[in-house]
Write a protein that binds this ligand. Structure first.
Ligand SMILES: C[S@@+](CC[C@H](N)C(=O)[O-])C[C@H]1O[C@@H](n2cnc3c(N)ncnc32)[C@H](O)[C@@H]1O
Length: 272
């Protein structure tokens, strides 16, 4: 049985409400805080640092004061709060009220203001058609697209010429997908973590049908082996292995671009 929105909300409320007890100092976000976290091998975000750096570069290419941004499925809202500190006019959206409360508090702790909307992405009637210049979703659309109307609503709130930017796990590689399912089963991962719904060709085709242009930036083929080293990346030998795989990937993907579709992570930029 597929999980319901209520189950997903309860799961993420439980995850995020724990952070609400933290002092403001630990909730503050800005560019420096994000870069420091990604580059710290003891932090879980280290594993995705190259994906995050690629996304940050794309977001920075669009940033200007007053840019109307929706952080879609914002979770702890690092991205939305960071963009607000860079002068964007940010709205946070998440199914989980705890996520939105956390994001609004983090914005306050970072010296900026954001709007927060706790609601299901399948009904965005609180937003006008074309209300946003840019919608950014980090590891979120693979949660929302399974809900009816969510895709149509996502497209509707982006202005013509506006941008949808996605950072996602990429799901065209059957070996990687099998390994992900196995790991989720072995580790008893909750279904709500969404590992079973992975963005791939079908969703890209859906995007191409609704947007004027869709560009993909695929990352990590052999370097997806980093998943096997989770919890060990604070060790120098483990980091060296991942770096070696990353540089092998760079040569391999340059020589054989057709392998890009089998990478494990992707940044997608679609212009409406
Ligand atoms: C894996 S988390 C990613 C959070 C954040 N974007 C990040 O990168 O850290 C997925 C988020 O999607 C949210 N979500 C799941 N289903 C949703 C829905 N139907 N509508 C809005 N948000 C949803 C969850 O509450 C959760 O915060």
């Amino acid at each position: 049985m597929p999980i319901t929105a209520a189950e997903e909300r309860a799961f993420y409320d439980n995850v995020y409400s724990r952070f609400l007890a933290l002092p403001d100092e630990q909730l503050r976000v800005d560019r420096q805080v994000m870069l420091r976290t990604w580059n710290d091998p003891r932090q879980p975000q280290y594993e995705r640092r190259r994906l995050y750096m690629a996304v940050m570069a794309r977001l920075e290419a669009h940033l200007r004061p007053g840019l109307r941004v929706l952080d879609y499925g914002c979770g702890p809202a690092d991205w939305g709060v960071w963009l607000a500190t860079e002068g964007a006019e940010v709205t946070l959206l998440d199914l989980s009220p705890a996520a939105v409360e956390l994001g609004v508090r983090r914005a306050g702790a970072s010296g900026v203001t954001v709007r927060g909307e706790a609601r299901d992405a399948s009904d965005l009637s609180c937003f006008r058609d074309g209300e946003f210049d840019l919608v950014y979703a980090s590891a979120a659309v693979h949660h929302t697209l399974k809900y009816p109307h969510a895709f149509a609503e996502l497209v509707r709130v982006i202005r013509p010429g506006g941008v949808l930017l996605l950072a996602e796990t990429y799901g065209n590689n059957p070996l990687l997908n099998g390994a992900r399912k196995l790991r989720a089963a072995v580790q008893g991962e909750a279904e709500e973590q969404g590992e079973e719904i992975i963005l791939g060709d079908a969703e890209i085709a859906q995007l191409r049908g609704a947007f004027a242009s869709v560009q993909l930036h695929e990352l990590h083929l052999l370097a997806m082996g980093k998943r096997l080293l989770r919890g060990k990346l604070h060790l120098a030998w483990a980091r060296r292995l991942v770096e070696a795989a990353e540089s092998l990937d760079a040569s391999l993907l340059r020589a054989l671009p057709s392998l890009r579709r089998y990478c494990g992570e992707v940044v997608i930029e679609a212009v409406r």
